[in-house]
Design a protein around this ligand. Structure first.
Ligand code: AMP
Ligand code: TRP
Length: 323
């Protein structure tokens, strides 16, 4: 049986990119015969110095949103990273198997250093991420394309550790869907869709109502032709819409092109908006329901399982290292 691990930061509001790049695949994997860990990586969020009250409420809401999205809790464990201190412990150990040069090459580090200022937290962020994955000995990591480099680094770190101490960690593979792995802003199709609030019209948030969703798609940036064709160089905007439609409806880019061969951009934008709204609305309704519920029992039992899995890896690593 495969072990799957993935994480999401409780910073800002969860958006369509998070869903199509990650959470939709988590739901799929939770329906298969896997052991899954889906983690709200709150320690990673500390790198952005969030407001404590806001962070606290985002952690709880993100856990509820994972349940609302339909993750099957029979074979999946959801928990907050900071409640399992073994993550941070293993991260310290793994830092001695991480090269300064390779951390400096991380694209996200360079981007974040520009916006957040270059503190050590954003520099060692990928080591903590490697620790998240390796603490449960995960084989598969379902993430969006922006995490490819961090996954490669994780494998390098695991391999270095294994070369010194034996085959302790499996080398985890990245997984993502054929579409939806890199959603772009609807307003700036050369920029990734992101949680940052300076692009609210380019981002679809999980709790946007149908009107808002339709408005955002209607005003999405495309090009001056009227040809629904997937072309990442000349037609970034329309390609992004094709990708969104393909991901939600589980069809290929070619099938979308065929279906909308005789449609105009206006019509197609509405069809994409409808699909997105049909996908997000039930999740949002379930979330609103869960907001009122006390889920502490589920959270506590999940947490215990996460702690015991993490602790057994820490014990093994401690023994091997002579600690
Ligand atoms: P984050 O919000 O950075 O914690 O990301 C959580 C997950 O969503 C990760 O697997 C990311 O790769 C994925 N993700 C974030 N933004 C996008 C996007 N624009 N398109 C696809 N996946 C994304
Ligand atoms: N760095 C990831 C992101 O920004 C979040 C993350 C932290 C993660 N630890 C992880 C994703 C472990 C997958 C596995 O999206």
């Amino acid at each position: 049986m495969k072990t799957v691990f993935s994480g999401i930061q409780p910073t800002g509001k969860v958006h369509l990119g998070n869903f199509l790049g990650a959470i939709k695949n988590w739901v799929y994997l939770s329906e298969q015969d896997n052991k899954n860990f889906f983690c709200v990586v709150d320690l990673h969020s500390i790198t952005t110095h969030p407001d404590p009250q806001e962070l606290n409420s985002n952690i709880g809401n993100t856990l509820k949103l994972l349940i609302a999205a339909g993750i099957n809790l029979e074979n999946s464990i959801i928990y907050a990273q900071s409640k399992v201190p073994q993550h941070a412990y293993l991260s310290w150990i793994l830092s001695s198997f991480s090269q300064v040069g390779e951390l400096q090459r991380m694209t996200q580090y360079k981007e974040k250093a520009d916006t957040l200022g270059s503190h050590a937290g954003i520099f060692t962020y990928p080591v903590l991420m490697a620790s998240d994955i390796l603490i449960h000995k995960a084989n598969e990591v379902p993430v969006g394309d922006d995490q490819t480099q961090h996954l490669e680094l994780t494998r390098n770190i695991a391999e270095r550790f294994n070369n010194n101490y034996g085959e302790i960690f499996p080398l985890p593979a990245k997984s993502s869907g054929k579409s939806g792995a890199r959603l772009m802003s609807l307003k700036h199709p050369d920029k990734k869709m992101s949680k940052s609030s300076d692009d609210i019209n380019g981002t679809i948030y999980f709790d946007d109502d149908k009107d808002t969703i339709m408005k955002k798609f209607k005003s999405s940036v495309t090009d001056s032709s009227d040809n629904i064709q997937y072309d990442l160089i000349e037609k970034k905007g329309i390609s992004n819409l094709i990708d969104i439609y393909a991901s939600i409806n589980d069809v290929s880019h070619e099938e979308v092109e065929k279906t909308f061969k005789n449609s105009q951009y206006g019509e197609f934008k509405m069809a994409v908006g409808e699909s997105v709204s049909e996908y997000l609305t039930p999740i949002n309704l379930k979330f609103i329901e869960l907001e009122k519920e006390n889920i502490s029992e589920i959270i506590n039992s999940n947490l215990q399982e996460a702690q015991s899995s993490a602790e057994s890896t820490v014990q093994e690593v401690n023994n091997i290292l002579g600690l």
